[in-house]
Design a protein around this ligand. Sequence first.
Ligand code: MLT
Length: 315
Amino acid sequence: FLGEKPTILVSEKLGEAGLNVLRSVGHVECAYELSQEELCTKISCCDALIVRSGTKVTREVFEAGKGRLKVVGRAGVGIDNVDLQAATEFGCLVVNAPTANTIAAAEHGIALLAAMARNIAQADASTKAGKWQRSKYVGVSMVGKTLAVMGFGKVGSEVARRAKGLGMHVIAHDPYAPADRARAIGVELVSFAQAIATADFISLHMPLTSTTNKIFNDDTFAKMKKGVRIVNVARGGVIDEDALVRALDNGIVAQAALDVFTEEPPSKDSKLVQHENVTVTPHLGASTKEAQEGVAIEIAEAVLGALKGELSATA
Ligand code: MLT
């Protein structure tokens, strides 16, 4: 860098290896759990901001960073917590870390799938409470069942590959998926309607966009096979959560395993979170030691690249 060292604000926990990459060229300030107001005050003195999914990078943040803020780095894949329209208007680049947490997310999806099928979370809580409920927690088998992978991108295809290893029949829906990748993994690409109508298990791996927002709603649940089981490690917003509670109550959906929610954290009294047929985790998809170190380095390099002017387009 010519001239002054850039100031980089890191507003959520980032792996040490990534922080070291950033520190080698800039002043790094780590400040977590900032209110929107505190973030806006700090951002006016920063050249770059690095976030995970907990920080909402709104128009106000870009406005406050006007003239100085050059890049926002999202330490992860989804950039739905960043106002891209405002970023473009204020001439700020947005970069993400698109590869380092793929396997972690896929593994968490498979972990939830198996945990749900065998009632692991419920049985663990019951056994710890001193009960021994062997007949209550009879599960369902995964082998031979049809799994619909909704969104056949990086994570979806790794989930499909692993589910094949469990002996599941895997179908996928993705309007943009290349047919040769599906063929190579032995997955049949089908329409949205066919996927939801035939699946015993459905695993969600699509980004949250205006098209996928609440794509799982009363209408789509009604078209599913009775007793379907759903895993979501993508984004809470793709499900209409009230509709899911109704589908669980009327038995269309037998079980759900959810890592993501429309509002994070969800309210403790949420009917969905407290539902006995629902297993929940606090947005842990990308949270393995390996993935977090990888993501930290990937985003640090992307942000420094953008600051050095290597990039010229918004992600
Ligand atoms: C992602 O989009 O990559 C994940 O949500 C990452 C995260 O946990 O923040």
